[in-house]
Design a binder for this molecule. Sequence first.
Ligand SMILES: Cc1ncc(COP(=O)(O)O)c(C=O)c1O
Length: 437
Amino acid sequence: MTSIKTRRVKSQELFTEAQTLIPGGVNSPVRAFKSIDGSPIFFKKAKGAYLWDEDDNRYIDFVGSWGPMILGHADADVECALKLALESGTSFGAPTRLENEMAAEVIKLVPSIEMVRMVNSGTEAVMAAIRLARAYTTQRNPKQTKIIKFRGCYHGHADALLVQAGSGVATLGLPDSPGVTASAVQDTILATYNDTDELEKIFKQYPGEISAIITEPVIGNAGCILPEPGFLEFLREICTKNNALLIFDEVMTGFRVALGGAQARFNVQPDITTLGKVIGAGLPVGAYGASKEIMSLVAPAGAMYQAGTLSGNPLAMTAGLTCLRKIQSPEFYQDLEKKTLYLIEGMKAVANERSIPLQVSSCGAMFGFFFSDKPVRNYEDTKYVDMNKFRNFYLAMLDHGVYFAPSAFEAGFMSAAHSYEDLDQVLKNFGQVLTKL
Ligand SMILES: Cc1ncc(COP(=O)(O)O)c(C=O)c1O
């Protein structure tokens, strides 16, 4: 049988061409497969749990476009709604009924949100959330401008947050990025996720200066790292005690770890929430929301400026709304979580049988695994991960038609379309691959 590898000729040709046209041949760095010394696959089609590349190889997909595809690819209801919406025009740059419906849905589902503003990406949502936090805290105290961010959390590519970010930044080993000036990050303080003592010290060191803590409530951009019991509650308390705001960046965890996001799952309410990915069902959407009091600062209700030509785009709202309405059945998240545990515990058992150290974790429909014999509780612990093993594992799984994220520092995503047959296939391949590692 010819292996998939030898049949990825068209992807290779397209990548060679792309490198002459697009920086690094890709429109987002982690797609380049650099951390595993590979060559990216060019896809042409997706349906359900599967992707097809330009050479017609089929892959079981756990990337899900980096999170949005919780229903699986090309969901029939989303497609149908989009086709209908297309007939009414693609953008008006004016308010629509759909935006009211989307806002009402988000407010209903996400516990801490009373008002919401739609934007076009997660990066945009986070940029606005930071500006909003500072606008809020400096009303009372002009010095309250600093933001605490955890190493390994990725919050998009806005300058102020591109310091020790996870995701592609971790993958490429860039501590930060050229072009980000010292002044852009001078109000960003780095902290260690799951370390409460360090946070106490930071608040003591900068009395009255912390505007907000921003965190991924479950880190999904350095693998999948869970908050230890009490950690999110601690964040809530220390922010409240210091009149600082707590921002949950739920771009990844929103509608992914539970219907109401991590804040519903862990029962901790942030002041500001950012959303993205699932809320657009594969179209470019982001959002940020908070209490009415905080959101009333946003223009034109208030003075904090934020705008967008395509914000609330009717196609994006249609796709997102159709998705949000489909994921509300009580069984939806139970089924997803069951499948995620089946896969991740199955992988752990397969690794144990072969005495290969593997750390696994999951939360709702997101999961991660590290080839490491030490538990990973923050970004600092990822230095123990066996990158070479990950690389060999990754390329071999690809040749079996299993598509995980091409980096040891990314989460995996389960969709409603994955079947237990798919998962059994993956576990079987995983065993075959580990035996040869
Ligand atoms: C937690 C988190 N925040 C923000 C972003 C940035 O979102 P986008 O890529 O849509 O700009 C991401 C992207 O992966 C993310 O995972």
